[in-house]
Design a protein around this ligand. Structure first.
Ligand code: CA
Length: 261
């Protein structure tokens, strides 16, 4: 027997619909959060995804969307960029800084390259420009969800360092290394981008959140404490400084320890 129930959550200034399905088919459906302020577009997305067997929650502003995504698990998030209270960039940034890695498909009102690049750099996984084909939306949602599941289950291997995000464990040369929460976040942020310069601001937002008030040299102290554990005991140094820009987790090019930079 198929049972469908609808419920309201009393989030301030926004009606949130939750559709809970008890029929087994729906338990297997992907859970999608749609954050969109334009009522007709929101309803179009909600109805279209529901008809394709997705479980859907909706929010009409950025703050509410962020709150829901912080308290529920989603397979992916459809996120409009132009939103009241907190725009889409702010939502992505806050999600990632809180360690919430649900893949994000952002919707942009115009094909503006700078807007798209900014969204992708802040952590969005893909984008669609309005108007879009619903079939393409569904295909992209399925694609980013598959990709994220693969990434989440995989460890990060960079040189002789292995980072396991699930077990929250780190080894170098098969020796276990104990890291604090912030050291671990910093290492994950760097190691996921091995060989790339990671901007100071990106690192600070990843570790302390978008509204952090930490002083710039706090990042340097944290890098030094991570280096003391991950680099000091070893001849090959992995964490490099890119003066005036950020830090890089070096790619070890060969067995003799030549680094990429
Ligand atoms: Ca909008």
């Amino acid at each position: 027997m198929c049972q469908i129930s609808n419920a309201y959550l009393n989030f301030p200034d926004c009606r949130v619909f939750i559709f809970l399905y008890s029929f087994p088919r729906y338990r297997r459906a992907m859970r999608i959060l749609v954050i969109e302020d334009e009522p007709r577009m929101l309803e179009l997305l909600r109805k279209g995804l529901y008809e394709r067997d997705f479980t859907v929650m909706t929010a009409a502003d950025g703050e509410t969307g962020l709150e829901i995504s912080s308290t529920h698990q989603f397979d992916s998030i459809v996120l409009d960029i132009g939103l009241p209270k907190l725009n889409g960039y702010g939502v992505i940034c806050a999600l990632r800084s809180r360690g919430l890695m649900a893949p994000v498909l952002m919707l942009t009102a115009r094909d503006a390259e700078d807007d798209i690049i900014r969204g992708l750099e802040m952590g969005a996984d893909d984008y669609l420009t309005k108007p879009f084909s619903f079939a393409e939306l569904v295909a992209r949602l399925q694609s980013i969800t598959r990709r994220r599941r693969h990434e989440e289950n995989s460890t990060i291997e960079a040189g002789d360092v292995v980072v396991d995000p699930i077990r929250h464990s780190v080894t170098r040369n098969n020796q276990s290394i104990d890291l604090t929460r912030n050291e671990f976040l910093l290492l994950v942020c760097l190691a996921r981008r091995t060989g790339q310069c990671v901007a100071r601001q990106t690192l600070m937002e990843f570790v302390w959140g978008p509204d952090h008030a930490v002083r710039p040299n706090t990042l340097d102290f944290l890098v030094n404490s991570l280096r003391a554990k991950i680099d000091t005991p070893y001849s090959r140094k992995l964490i490099g400084t890119v003066r005036g820009a950020g830090y890089v987790f070096r790619r070890l090019a060969n067995a003799h320890g030549e680094a990429a930079r």
